[in-house]
Write a protein that binds this ligand. Structure first.
Ligand code: HEM
Length: 478
């Protein structure tokens, strides 16, 4: 009998658990919330404790939703790579939140495949490293450098500055939105974006997690009452662009959007006018790109600067390598990957739903069970990454990774398999410029306000430094 039911838990939950987890061990769920309230501010800490207690696979519940966490790399590969057809979809959102449910993040089955195939070409290395996108990135990073140079104090709130850079870039190259104020103090767009992220975890969403039968009414409330300034702002902007382009088309049936431009929104608008994308898919994807690109990359950069501030030797090597080889030095990529291994910004999002009953490595996984990738745990597994808590970019020397499937499956920061992150190239491009430019212009050090160790919180899906991250940026003489 699983440890889950050693007490006087109600029969209903007992039956549900046995039926849906099939005897897999795990923490005891409570009737309505499952194990929701046991997840700490940083759920990775709870997952590590559960893995230590229950072993390399166990089940827990979010509300009534059964989640199976597997930390054996062979089984992970079986699910996310080899048997990805049986595990192709993410679980449904708790709320039918429009238009997000029509985005590539949430679509399922053949429609997901179709939309992902349409969008993938906008994010290739070739497109992302084009002059047009590079100019946007360089311009934003330079503006940030200037802001830091001209501020009175040398102490910088790094997470906040990085949010300005990544929000600016995704607004311009993803949404064709050029009139942003994101580098200004009290930027309205930035505060709206923060509000937008925070609203992903409002009480309506929590209620929907606990009460499945209320989800339709809660979806209605969420869509019409709690959408927030950011969603309104972007939807208004998108609707204006859609209107202009459809008017152009009706005035001239031979009209075609100029997609020599690498602007993602223009490319998506073209797909919409050609009827390859529904209207909700266009707006949903535009919104989701902002959500997926902005805080993930800004927190990745924040953690990279934290690691560099704490390892002056590595910061010096990085500065020298950039001096010799420019921003495309492979050492920049190694620093980026290693800090993303140590501090993967996304916590629980990489999940897949079993489309049918499957037995893998002697584990019976029932149809409908959700399998979650333990990103943090695998990224810190000492059997895979010796001295896992040490910041050591050398791990990512190409000659130190044998390039096989096992190696690919052991760096999980961007997820795994066909539904892996679509923005890896854009994030890397932003990181190359930001890290290079900052270490060329500043020596970055810890200061009295820098936390050590860094405490992390995860209000939604993304890990943030609990009280922000403050570092000292000392200008270097050119
Ligand atoms: C350091 C930065 C980033 C991190 C750590 C990150 C991480 C992730 C993770 C863990 C997933 C889930 C993958 C899975 O389920 O296997 C994901 C999905 C996704 N990411 Fe990222 N991401 C980053 C940046 C970006 C950027 C810049 C964009 C957009 C331009 C983006 C767009 C997406 C999209 C669209 C998906 C859903 C893909 C699908 O379901 O087909 N991400 N990301």
């Amino acid at each position: 009998m699983p440890d889950v039911f050693c007490g006087t838990e109600d029969v209903l939950k007992f039956t549900k658990y046995l039926q849906r987890m099939n005897g897999i061990r795990g923490p005891k769920p409570s009737l309505i919330s499952g194990n929701f309230y046991e997840l700490k501010e940083n759920p990775n800490e709870t997952f590590d404790e559960w893995i230590a207690e229950y072993g390399n696979h166990f089940g827990y519940f979010l509300g009534d939703r059964p989640i199976l966490m597997i930390s054996d790399l062979d089984v992970i590969q079986n699910i996310f790579l080899k048997n990805s057809k049986q595990f192709k979809d993410r679980p449904k959102f708790f709320l039918n939140a429009k238009p997000f449910v029509s985005s590539v993040l949430a679509l399922r089955g053949e429609r997901w495949r179709h939309v992902r195939r349409l969008m993938t070409p906008f994010f290739t290395h070739h497109k992302i490293s084009s002059q047009e996108i590079t100019d946007i990135v360089v311009n934003s990073v330079d503006t940030c450098v200037l802001k830091i140079m001209t501020q009175k104090e040398q102490i910088v709130k790094v997470d906040d500055r990085m949010q300005s850079i990544t929000l600016d870039i995704i607004c311009k190259c993803g949404l064709n939105m050029y009139d942003t104020d994101v580098h200004e103090e009290n930027s309205q767009l930035k505060s709206a974006a923060k509000e937008f992220m925070a609203s992903a975890h409002n009480s309506v969403v929590i209620f929907a997690t606990f009460f499945p039968f209320l989800r339709p009414i809660l979806s209605f409330i969420n869509n019409y009452l709690t959408a927030g300034r950011m969603a309104d702002w972007i939807l208004r902007h998108l609707n204006k662009q859609i209107q202009t382009e459809t008017q152009n088309l009706s005035a001239n049936p031979n009209y075609s959007i100029d997609t020599k431009s690498n602007n993602v929104l223009k490319s998506m608008l073209k797909c919409f006018l050609e009827k390859k994308l529904e209207r909700d898919e266009l707006t949903g994807n535009a919104l989701i790109l902002l959500l997926a690109a902005y805080d993930t990359t800004s927190m990745g950069l924040t953690y990279a600067f934290y690691c560099l501030a704490k390892h002056q030797d590595i910061q010096n090597t990085l500065r020298e390598e950039i001096g010799l080889h420019g921003y495309q030095s492979r050492y920049v990529d190694m620093v980026w990957s290693e800090s993303l291994r140590l501090f993967p910004p996304v916590a629980t999002f990489a999940q897949r739903e079993a489309a049918e009953d499957v037995v893998l490595n002697d584990i019976f996984i029932q149809k409908g069970t959700i399998v979650q990738l333990p990103i943090w745990h695998i990224n810190h597994d000492p059997n895979i990454w010796p001295e896992p808590h040490k910041f050591n970019p050398q791990r990512f020397l190409p000659e130190n990774s044998d390039g096989d499937e096992r190696a690919r499956a052991s760096f999980l920061t961007f997820g795994l398999g066909p539904r892996t992150c679509m923005g890896i190239e854009l994030a890397r491009h932003e990181a190359r410029y930001t890290l290079s430019k900052m270490v060329q212009k500043f020596r970055i050090e810890t200061c009295a306000q820098t936390p050590d160790p860094l405490e992390l919180i995860c209000p939604t899906e993304i890990l943030y430094p609990k009280d922000g991250l403050y570092l000292r940026f000392i200008p270097l003489n050119e």
